[in-house]
Design a protein around this ligand. Structure first.
Ligand SMILES: [Zn+2]
Length: 354
């Protein structure tokens, strides 16, 4: 095997030294390196594999917390990505079974996935045997890269087919580059690693004494939100369908679709089910509390459409709704997003009503 040094730019294209230096200048790499970004050798093997030019720094360990007999979580304390948190904005769930470890959502970067692997090793010597991705937003699957790097490309990564299509399409690379920007290049080195197995509503997987059951009830947060139930523990990983105290992105979703999904899932889980979001803490009343807040946006918007009140006045009605007013002062992302998400509710209400 031979290795020859070749210069590449950030898209993996051959680049001249002048181009590389110009790129470093644009991204302020000298300062960035002082915060831990590292230059790694630029090489191309005879097989044509590319080694990344720059990798972001490792992400600091976060102690996992146990949620139930088999279920653990590496919790994210922040709700949004920043240069300081390196994109650690979404909880990573792992299920310890008699037949290995199953991970549900892998975080927002190679480096976060590597940190999760270190945390899993603190809990169990067992290997990771499968990964599930809840939906296509990048903070839930960009960490897949770390798991495939450590365990090989044969590691099963499951998702709904819609999710895989989005990641293989332009959304995959879009999320990778957005995360690099939001983290000031902290996630650099992460490669888009899409799911390699399809699953569907009703599918069941047996790992030793633990059963994982798949749920999907139509468009809600996106058009493909997989809920993974750990049957023996009555724990449901709900991805971004509901959040504890952050307003959820609804650009790709549906308000009535979310209410339908919540009702069906709550019936499936019963009153004792523990619902685990990717943003915030697990709660038994998660669907109820987040659903109440969302209805505070949806119902005044629908009423505005019915009364022919213009879209520009809908936000004031939403802000007055007690279900929204009660959460507004403390909910993460509220100020920045409530105007847009009210508009989306209004536009969806127009479609529903007419
Ligand atoms: Zn999402």
């Amino acid at each position: 095997m031979c290795m020859k040094p070749v210069l590449f730019d950030m898209d993996g294209q051959r680049a001249t030294r002048r181009q590389i230096l110009a790129h470093l200048g644009r991204m302020g790499a000298v300062g960035a390196m002082g915060t831990g970004l590292s230059l790694v050798p630029m090489v191309q093997t005879c097989a044509g594999e590319l080694v990344d030019f720059i990798e972001g720094p490792p992400v600091a360990d976060i102690a996992p917390v146990q949620l139930s007999k088999h279920v653990w979580m590496v919790p994210a304390k922040d709700a949004f990505p920043t240069p300081e948190n390196h994109g650690m904005m979404a909880n990573i769930l792992f299920v310890v079974t008699g037949k290995g470890v199953v991970v549900v959502d892998t975080g927002a970067s190679l480096q976060i996935g590597q940190m999760a692997l270190r945390m899993i090793k603190k809990v169990t010597p067992q290997p990771v045997v499968a990964v599930f991705n809840s939906h296509f937003h990048g903070d839930h699957w960009l960490g897949n890269h770390a798991f495939v790097e450590a365990l090989g490309p044969q590691l099963p990564i499951y998702s709904l087919p819609y999710t895989t299509e989005q990641i293989q399409g332009h959304e995959g690379d879009l999320w990778r580059s957005l995360m690099e920007r939001w983290t000031n290049q902290g996630s650099t080195g992460t490669k888009v690693t899409p799911p390699n197995r399809a699953t569907q509503h009703g599918a069941e997987f047996r790992f030793g004494e633990v059963t994982l059951k798949m749920h999907f009830y139509g468009q809600a947060h996106t058009k493909g939100d997989l809920t993974v139930e750990v049957v023996e523990d009555k724990v449901f990983h709900v991805g971004d369908l509901a959040m504890e105290n952050r307003i959820a992105n609804i650009d790709d979703g549906s308000y009535p679709g979310t209410f339908k999904y919540f009702d069906t899932l709550q019936k499936a889980g019963g009153p004792d089910a523990l619902f685990v979001p990717c943003h915030g803490n697990a709660r038994k009343d998660l669907l109820l509390t987040y659903g109440t807040f969302l209805k505070g946006i949806w119902e005044p918007s629908l009423a505005a459409v019915k009364a022919e009140i213009p879209i520009g006045q809908a936000k004031a009605l939403v802000l007055k709704d007690p279900r929204v007013a009660a959460r507004a002062p403390t909910m993460e992302g509220f100020e920045a997003n409530i105007g847009k998400y009210t508009s989306l509710a209004y536009l969806e209400a127009e479609k529903e009503y007419f």
